[in-house]
Design a protein around this ligand. Structure first.
Ligand SMILES: O=C(O)CCC(=O)C(=O)O
Length: 274
C-alpha cells in the first residue's frame, strides 16, 4: 500500500505554491538539498560525451607520465576540466536547463568554479567514495545557497552502478552528522543518462561503489558567485574558444583578480568612456 496522497493542513498561514518545474527544483534544493532534472539532451550526444570522457582521461594520463602518477596523488579516474580539451564539454556546461536553475538559485551572477568527470569503474577504488562537501573544509551554513553542484549522469546511476549518495538537508548542518544518523538517513539518488543531479554544494554526498559490470561516468560542475575563486583558470584554459557573452561570463572572463589596485581602478574609469 502506498503513502496517503491527501494534503490537508491546519494552523498554516503561509504555504509555497507550485508554480513551475524550475521553481520546484529550487524548492527541493532549499529544503532537502538536491533534485533530479530529467534529460533534455539527445541520447547520441550523451554517447559521444561518454567516449569523450574516456579519451580526455587517456590524454591527461599521458600528459602526466601515466595513470600511475595519478594513483599516487589519489586523482585516478577523474578528468580535470574536460572542457579544456574538448568543446563539447563547454556545451554540456551551457545547457539552458541548467543555466535557468543557476539563475534562480545563484543569480544575478554565477561562474563555473570546477568541472570534473568522475569515472566509476566496477571493483575499483575512487577518491570520491568518501563523504564530502564540494566546498571542502567549510563548516558553516548560509541562509542562501553559496554553490550549486550539477552532476550530468552519462551512464545509469542506481544502487548497483553507484548512484550518488546524499544526506538530505545536511547543507543546513555545520558538522558532519553522527555515523548512526548517516546510516539511518543516507539516500542514493538514481538517474538516467542525460539527467542532471543538482545539489547544494554544501550538501554532504559521495559516489556510490559500482558493483555492476559497466563503467559509470558523470561530470560534476561546481557553480558559484564570483566571490569564490575558481579551482583552475577557465579564462586561461579556454582563451579564444568562448563564443558568446554568456559563455565568457559563465567561465569567469572578467572575474580574474586585477594585477594591482591601480589597474582595477583604472579599468573602472576606462569603462565610463566606452
Ligand atoms: O560521482 C558521484 O556520484 C558524485 C561525484 C562527487 O562526489 C563529486 O564530484 O564531488
Amino acid at each position: 500500500m502506498g503513502l496517503d496522497q491527501n494534503i490537508v493542513v491546519h494552523g498554516v498561514r503561509e504555504r509555497t505554491p507550485y508554480t513551475s518545474p524550475a521553481e520546484f527544483v529550487r524548492e527541493n534544493l532549499r529544503l532537502r538539498g538536491f533534485a533530479v532534472i530529467r534529460s533534455s539532451f539527445a541520447p547520441e550526444f550523451i554517447e559521444e560525451i561518454s567516449t569523450a570522457i574516456d579519451s580526455t582521461y587517456d590524454a591527461q594520463c599521458k600528459l602526466h607520465g601515466g595513470e600511475a602518477n595519478l594513483v599516487k596523488i589519489s586523482d585516478a579516474h577523474i578528468v580535470r576540466a574536460p572542457c579544456s580539451l574538448d568543446d563539447r564539454f563547454i556545451a554540456v556546461a551551457m545547457d539552458p536547463v541548467l543555466q535557468e536553475i543557476c539563475e534562480l538559485v545563484l543569480g544575478p551572477y554565477w561562474i563555473l568554479q570546477n568541472q570534473n568527470a568522475v569515472i566509476n569503474i566496477p571493483g575499483t577504488d575512487h577518491y570520491q567514495f568518501t563523504w564530502h562537501r564540494d566546498l571542502n573544509y567549510q563548516h558553516w551554513t548560509s541562509s542562501r545557497s553559496l554553490g550549486l553542484s550539477a552532476l550530468l549522469c552519462v551512464d545509469p546511476f542506481n544502487e548497483v552502478t553507484g548512484g550518488t549518495y546524499v544526506l538530505p538537508g545536511s547543507q543546513h548542518s555545520e558538522a558532519f552528522p553522527s555515523d548512526r544518523y548517516v546510516l539511518e538517513n543516507q539516500v542514493v539518488v538514481c538517474a538516467a543518462p542525460g539527467d542532471w543531479i543538482v545539489f547544494d554544494s554544501m550538501l554532504f554526498h559521495r559516489t556510490g561503489q559500482n558493483s555492476s559490470k559497466i563503467t559509470r561516468r558523470g561530470i560534476n560542475h561546481i557553480i558559484v558567485p564570483p566571490i569564490i575563486r575558481q579551482q583552475y583558470s577557465f579564462p586561461n584554459m579556454l582563451a579564444g574558444r568562448l563564443k558568446s557573452d554568456a559563455e565568457r561570463r559563465f567561465f569567469g572572463v572578467g572575474q580574474e583578480p586585477s594585477p594591482s589596485a591601480d589597474e582595477w581602478r583604472q579599468s573602472r574609469i576606462d569603462a565610463l568612456n566606452v
